[in-house]
Write a protein that binds this ligand. Structure first.
Ligand code: HEC
Length: 392
């Protein structure tokens, strides 16, 4: 009986305790999210402008961090597909966002215990030590007055009798300066010389950006380097306001693969992008043979806003291969699928590109909206996607 009375008396207290919303602390709730999803970039030597490694770092910017998550500017890589993610840094979940918001508005409590040790310096080459490391012919430094710009680098390869290229990774000298790199194979005479235009779509072999998978082909695939003596890199450079190296190292991995990856181009029709806040351009290609889709290498500039790529199979079923709402010239990704996507002969791949060529597009370089030609020269809109495939 005593026991029962005690229980009845204690019940309201217990209930009150369980209704009490749990306190969110940095150590138990916030640090695990930040370490998995932010510090791969936000730590010393990473591409981001500040570190989020310690409680102090995060606490100091708690509001800014919560806002960046709520308006989804961070983490930055937002393209989605039905077939897995393009990045190796996990996306934030709605629960993560609620936790960080709650923590930032409710006292930013640290909790008791030790913080996680700083991770070891990120391994330099993610695929292990490359077979060969090469650098551009010329060194290049940014100047204080430079604006973000594209630049073409040529990288001479050692002479190979016969080599099969299986993978490529890139390490910038200064991570915040090199935002995006498109890589192309070039023979002795072809390819662009220098400047901000685009690389010929057929010579593209992959793209690199922070947080994305390295350029790596499936087991059975590789590119024969016979007769190739240069790589061409089309690099998007973001000067920091200081004099800094805009150089990089390219690691090449060789192996056996037999099948050569190929490029199927998907381009919006020739013409121009008219001044308009919502102009839509579309294009489609039907594939005559079975393919494995490995990667997408999109080339759009400052006027693009939303890109959608679908596969419509012969049986009528539709697969969303790519969707990005909020195209940004600073966050062009390297869109390689976690595993190849099989698409049967007769599949139609469609591209819908939405443009905002008006004064409302804050990233537009076209201050007074004018017709922008579609093309690959400087100042033109490429409006293209290279589909990298293995064809059978
Ligand atoms: C792939 C690299 C990368 C990842 C991952 C990343 N950031 Fe960033 N972050 C950057 C870069 C680079 C900038 C500088 C601004 C820019 O270039 O967009 C930045 C800027 C910011 C800013 C200031 C600008 C703003 O929008 O307020 C905040 C806050 C921020 N990041 C928070 C975070 C948080 C929180 C996470 C994890 C949930 C995260 N970032 C994940 C690279 C990254």
């Amino acid at each position: 009986m005593m026991r029962l009375i005690w229980l009845v008396l204690a019940l309201p207290v217990l209930l009150a305790e369980s209704n009490e919303p749990e306190e969110v602390t940095y150590l138990s709730d916030i640090e695990p999210i930040i370490r998995a999803k932010c510090t791969p970039c936000h730590s010393p030597g990473g591409p981001a402008p500040f570190s989020l490694l310690s409680y102090q770092d995060v606490q100091k910017r708690a509001n800014q961090v919560a806002l960046a998550l709520i308006d989804r500017t961070m983490p930055p890589n937002r393209a989605t597909s039905e077939r897995g993610t393009f990045t190796y840094i996990p996306a934030t979940s709605p629960e993560d966002i609620v936790k960080i918001q709650k923590w930032s508005t409710e006292g930013q409590v640290r909790g008791t215990g030790d913080e996680l040790p700083a991770p070891e310096q990120q391994r330099r080459w993610r695929l292990g030590e490359p077979n060969v490391i090469v650098k551009p012919h010329d060194s290049y430094e940014t100047r204080a007055e430079d604006r973000p710009h594209w630049r073409v680098y040529r990288v001479r390869l050692p002479h190979f009798e016969s080599k099969t290229l299986r993978a490529i990774d890139i390490i910038p000298d200064v991570p915040s300066v090199i935002r995006h790199v498109q890589v192309a194979l070039s023979g002795p005479s072809d390819g662009p010389t220098a400047g901000p235009g685009s690389i010929p779509i057929h010579s593209l072999i992959g793209a690199w950006s922070y947080g994305y998978h390295a350029i790596a082909f499936p087991e059975n695939a590789g590119l024969e380097l016979h007769g190739i003596d240069e790589l061409v890199l089309h690099v998007f450079v973001q000067p920091s306001g200081r004099r800094e190296s805009a150089g990089l190292e390219v690691g090449l991995y060789f192996g056996e693969g037999q099948i050569e990856p190929q490029i199927i181009p998907l381009r919006i029709p020739e013409g121009h992008i008219p001044p308009s806040p919502a102009y839509m351009a579309t294009s489609r290609v039907t594939i005559p043979v079975d393919i494995e889709l490995l990667a997408l290498i999109p080339d759009f500039r400052d006027l693009a806003t939303e890109i959608t790529i679908l596969a419509i199979k012969p049986n009528g079923s539709t697969m969303r291969l790519f969707h990005l709402d909020g195209w940004s010239t600073f966050w062009i990704g390297a869109y390689r699928y976690p595993s190849p996507i099989h698409l049967p002969a007769g599949t139609t791949i469609t591209l819908d590109a939405r443009y905002n060529n008006s004064t409302h597009n804050v990233q537009s370089l076209n201050r007074v909206p004018t017709r922008v030609p579609i093309g690959t020269a400087a100042g033109e809109e490429p409006g293209s996607v290279a589909l990298q495939v293995l064809a059978y």
